[in-house]
Design a protein around this ligand. Structure first.
Ligand code: HMG
Length: 432
């Protein structure tokens, strides 16, 4: 048995499975069966999935659900969500249904500017560098024409390039800080290609014009996109917030306080924002976007004033309750997985083939709705009641409950509180 290997990437898929099973898994026949159970019978589809990443040995499915009844700027959407956590889709659906009869969600894209940087070291005189940069800037842009011409035809492209002096932070450190409009594409490949060309031209021209050399460290887009923010909001008269568990005014006040706590207390803000990301990530994943980029950018935005804080805000003014979110979202509806993954295509079709701007608004709404549902539960019944109701089936499946056992137990918990131990004790009672 050997736990390391050279040339693993060159093995066939079945050789890779054999090697992993032999060297890392104790019950090889069950392991092999489980891995192969997730293969797709449609060989073309399987090959597509195999080729999304490297060293593929199987598929890892996530449930694909739909939250209906989202009224956004007067248009009704059913929002596709890919997520493993129970109660998220139910919570989004419940919030959507609630706001549907109270004017729905109002949204606005504030800006869609994206950023990329060439990081370099130069230890010569700053004024000389600055003059050189201003002289070479038109050429930096001209040399990227082969890659920008199609984007420009559609109305996007490079917006600007600045020279940024970061020598206070690191000796000799400067940036070419570039801004881009990438329209319906998330734009990572476009931005990175432009940046690498800037770096090439910049270095080559510097060698001719400057006494001190330029050392390019790296060229890469930034997933921090504070200039790509979208806003979503719901509002209604306080009396319209009536809920079966609590009076409207008490609910509104508790809700606003819950948000205020997340605004000032980072321990709470992280969990509060995690709930928002339940909605955001699920739609980002379903629509084939990069949820790691979104997560990193959103959390950086939540700390932009030096302290991690809530992404949502709530207020009561003149008897009106308002709840809103503002977050940066660099999303695409063309390119990447959006043209490749068959379920992503379905997700985008369900949303009516949105532009990137429209998708930004839908995703922000999913985050706001999710936060509304979680806070409503937290400030009224507590989170466990609804969450555990939805999680019941997972517990039953853990215990391999039969169809009949499931029926009896689901019926029992219609009138009893679901907790893990209560479910276990009901299963044991039934099986005794
Ligand atoms: P309920 O009042 O028991 O639901 O809520 P209901 O049976 O009265 O149904 C009302 C509507 O809810 C339904 O309308 C659906 O829209 C939806 P209908 O379809 O009947 O016209 N709904 C469902 N949708 C799909 N499948 C279902 C389903 N059940 C209801 N099975 C509910 C139950 C779970 C929705 C509610 O208790 C809730 O919103 N809870 C919050 C759950 C939540 O936030 N989950 C996220 C995971 S917890 C977490 O990780 C985040 C957290 O830590 C964040 C934070 O701290 O801020 C909490």
């Amino acid at each position: 048995m050997s736990r390391s290997i050279s040339g693993f990437s060159k093995l066939t898929k079945s050789e890779k499975i054999d090697w992993i099973v032999t060297n890392y898994l104790s019950n090889s026949s069950i392991a092999k069966e489980t891995i192969s159970q997730y293969f797709n019978e449609d060989l073309k589809l399987q090959q597509l999935h195999d080729e999304f990443i490297e060293n593929t040995i199987s598929n890892y499915y996530l449930p694909f659900g739909v939250a209906p009844n989202f009224l956004i700027n007067g248009k009704t959407y059913a929002i596709p969500m890919a997520i493993e956590e129970s109660s998220v889709v139910a919570a989004a659906s419940k919030a959507a249904k609630f706001w549907m009869t109270r004017g729905g969600f109002k949204t606005e894209v504030i800006s869609t500017t994206k950023i990329g940087q060439v990081h370099f070291i130069y230890t010569g005189d700053f004024e000389t560098l600055n003059q050189f940069f201003n002289a070479v800037k038109p050429q930096l842009i001209a040399d990227t024409k082969p890659m920008t011409k199609n984007m420009e035809k559609r109305g996007g492209g490079i917006l600007d390039i600045e020279l940024r002096n970061k020598t206070k932070d690191i000796k000799g450190y400067y940036q070419l800080h570039a801004t881009f409009e990438t329209l319906d594409a998330m734009g990572a490949n476009f931005i990175n290609s432009c940046l690498e060309q800037f770096a090439k031209t910049f270095k080559a021209e510097a060698e001719k014009a400057l006494d001190s050399p330029i050392e390019i460290i790296m060229s890469i887009l930034s997933n921090y996109v504070p200039d790509c923010p979208v806003r979503a909001e719901v509002s209604c008269k306080i009396e319209d917030l009536k809920d079966k568990n609590i009076a409207a005014e008490t609910f509104a006040k508790k809700f606003v306080q819950a948000v205020s706590i997340a605004e000032v207390e980072p321990y709470r803000a992280v969990t509060h924002n995690k709930g928002i990301m339940n909605g955001i990530d699920a739609v980002v994943l379903a629509t084939g976007n990069d949820f790691r980029a979104i997560e990193a950018g959103v959390h950086a935005y939540a700390s932009r004033n030096g302290k991690y804080t809530s992404l949502t805000h709530a207020k009561i003014e003149n008897g009106v309750f308002t709840f809103r979110i503002e977050i940066p979202l660099a999303l695409g509806t063309v390119g990447g997985l959006t043209n490749l993954h068959p379920l992503v295509k379905i997700a985008l079709d369900i949303l009516g083939k949105p532009s990137a701007k429209e998708l930004m608004q839908i995703v922000a709404v999913a985050g706001l709705a999710q936060n509304f549902a979680a806070l409503r539960s937290l400030t009224t019944t507590g989170i466990q009641e609804g969450h555990m109701k939805m999680h019941l089936m997972n517990i039953l499946n853990q215990f391999e409950a039969t169809k009949n056992e499931k029926e009896v137990i689901v019926n029992h918990f219609k009138t009893n509180t679901v907790t893990h131990s209560a479910v276990v004790s009901e299963i044991e009672k039934l099986r005794r």
